[in-house]
Write a protein of this length. Sequence first.
Length: 467
Amino acid sequence: MSHLPHAALFEALLPHLPGDALVTDPVQLAAHSHDAAPFSDRGSPALLALPTTPEQVSHILRACYELGVPVVPQGARTGLAGAANAVDGCVLLSTTRMDRILAIDPANRLVRCEPGVVTKHLNEAVAPHGLSYPPDPASWDRCTIGGNIATDAGGVCCVKYGVTADYVLGLDLVLPDGRRTRTGRETAKGVAGYDLTRLIVGSEGTLAVVVGATLALRPLRPPAHALLARFPGLTDAGDAVAAITAHGHTPSALELLDRATSQAVAELGHPLMGPGGPTLIVESEGPDPAAELAAMAGLCRRTGAVEVVVAADGAESARIAEVRRMVAPALQAQAARLPGQATLFMEDVAVPRSELPKFVATVEDIAARQRLRVYTVGHAGDGTLHPTVVFDGADPAQTRRARAAYDDIMAAGLALGGTTTAEHGIGTLKRDWLTRELDPTALELQRGLKRLFDPRNLLNPGKVVHA
């Protein structure tokens, strides 16, 4: 892997690029050298490239491939696994300027767009056509379609609508050596050859750079009706989740807040939250949402809920939904009360739904053992939870305990038949855990795929699997 002097690298890339497409300012390079993940390694980049066309991306990759210079693709850098972190001497390739929506096709319910389109903006563009793009990651007002594809992003609505991979029909790609290709289709069905589209989705920029996407759309989602249920303990809340799914209900959201998180939101002043135990938030967009909510409210009461609030109208539903949106500011407020350099480390684990109560109880035990505050919130409907460790990042002892808690939580998820990442990806943060989750044969197949696409190991090296 080559590390050319910055000036020589700049001169090699400058042809076919606008003058402002290459950035060498140290302050900007430092700001772009990492995503939002803590505890993840980052290197010192040589420069930042900001192409605006697929041809420019192809030129950058071809030149870097010939020179032996690593390239790290980036979107909005909202990721939480270190997948967009720089490696020493690399070119950071940001696709944020490739932000055009190329075509909206209502007849075929699809949209063609560039990777830098912000997820929220895509939804706003297709809404006048009576259509929506369902995936809704928490950072949807900032994250980009390219980043969503790279990590196979999920969100609150996954329990009913699925994840990013369920909506990617085709991709325009640039391979590590600069060659361009297209995967997938624009038809409703298609099984010609290996499914390279699904392979690229979730590959975290290690196999190819996405320069265009064809995405499936769905009819505009109707307004959601919501209920909020408070429980004396986690087992009761878990029983309610199991009962809702066992009775065939398909809520559009089924969110769990543990006792500590519920208390944090209550302290921030939400009128529906008070002292007590865990909270479930349930939303329905069914043909008869009132009837479905009434049935699910009955199941919550039967499994031990001490309080159930069923929204009577859209305004009350919005107030209930606001509880989930208040989690992040509530945890920030909790962290601000702590002395030192408050750090929030959100993790990403999924377990079988039946194991949710046991997993959250284990997280509470880990928090007590490590003498840390851990707040658990997640998508109970599909078993995805985000334990968030709050600690003083300037305190070496607390930082060590936070790392230990992270490892303990990962181990607990695997022990319950789960996975170490449901939404955020592997990046650099979870490479070691991937080797524990996959068997040796599966790991070798993954390494073989990396070698096939990127024999020189220049595209986002060191991420996901060791080549």
